[in-house]
Design a protein around this ligand. Sequence first.
Ligand code: ADP
Ligand code: F6P
Length: 483
Amino acid sequence: MAVAPLLIGMPEMRQSSLVVVANRLPIDDSQALDGACEWRRSPGGLVSALHPLLRHTPATWVGWAGGTGPAPALPDVDGVRMHTVALTGDDLRDHYEGFANATLWPIYHDAVEQPEHHRRWWDAYQRVNQRFAEATAEVAEAGAVVWVQDYHLQLVPGLLRALRPDLRIGFFLHVPFPPPELFMQLPRRAELLRGMLGADLIGFQRAQAAHNFSQLVTKVLELPATDRRIAVDDRMVRIGAFPVSIDTTEMSALAGRPEVADRARRLRHDLGSPDHAILSVDRMDYTKGIEQRLKAYSELLAHGHVKVRDTVLVQVAVPSRERVGQYQILRDRVEREVGRINGEFGRVGEPAIHYLTQPFDRAELAALYRVADVMAVTPLRDGMNLVAKEYVAARVDDAGALLLSEFAGAAAELPQAYLVNPHDLEGLKQGLLAALRADPADVRARMRAMREHLREHDIRAWARSYLSTLDQSGSLLTRLSNG
Ligand code: ADP
Ligand code: F6P
């Protein structure tokens, strides 16, 4: 991978006609200082989605580099400029860990954990959003397209429009947008809606989310709104569903490589050559339904429906947001439960669950996907879930059963998966057994249909659909496809 030399001192102020704004940069400062600048693709869906699009596109990415203190000057990565926004320790605690991940995140995910409200967190959210808006205003060329990402930055569209009315501003929410009765709990609900309405186009994962947004705008701001358009002052804001996807071709090509197939064979052997391998790959997040899945598996073991030597579960759960209390509690509970299940059902050299908390490179992930006879993706609520799509793309052999939660955005696009309600323990157990015992011909037919869908609905189709709606001149699209 070509790496530009590390810039020393103050960042050079260069302007771009395409600016992506996201809480995190796709690299972090520790990597940059090592001189090892690669896209930090994982764990997390946002960078996974944007990476294949932006590589080699002349764009600037405005974001946080992961530390606290002064903003480091970072080199370009694959031709994309990295423009760092500095966060202090207080910003990190009150904006990222606080308002973004302990207020908005639980509210947006059905309040499966209790959202917390603190006035100090709101102050930090405003302050950090203002800083992102100012940084973006500096690096955007006249008339540039700016694409703001996700719930950390909902005020940026409005703040940026006030600074730079010449820009074309898009906002995309990667996570669910909740029903009005949940959103209405937010003390600063009007400000959050107004912030988003600074955009020309607001994209959601699902049509239901756009509908929720339009209902809220009508109710809270008393603006005329449909599920497609909202009139704000003298502007028309468009809203709609743009389900995010993956680079299907890239994942299929990777999974089809002989060395990945060899690695998959070796992994299967190392797992004890079981009849059935089940895999789950999640960030350690309470929305992902890890505890419910472990409980279902434990009951299937206890009642003899699955046996340790015949069946193994591989649970990859990379730690996330480790300073947020609810995430610490979850990790402790998951690790205690994995220990209990292995203690009770495992044998020497034959654990019931292979539990891994490491980040893996793409080839290792692809090999894991190829080993999995059943891929269990059972979040309680998820905006999309790219892991489900990656699994399908990796099954170049048309084998493998996808067990998928009805509450993942991906379920709307992949109805051929074995769909389950993860809140229903008996249903989850039955779904897992159905996927394990499915007729191979049925599994293949379902997998083929899902692969067909993803061949067409890949990340480029997502970008085309979103950006052609945002940038009606079409010039941006031409540059992305030439990139
Ligand atoms: P979220 O954005 O909530 O984390 P997604 O399923 O949409 O969930 O995206 C997760 C992304 O992170 C996927 O691209 C997946 O491959 C990647 N990922 C998850 N766990 C790991 C891991 N242990 N190692 C490498 N990549 C991971
Ligand atoms: O999908 C929601 C999201 O916040 C993404 O923005 C991000 O890629 C992922 O979850 C990981 O979150 P964090 O940046 O908090 O590690």
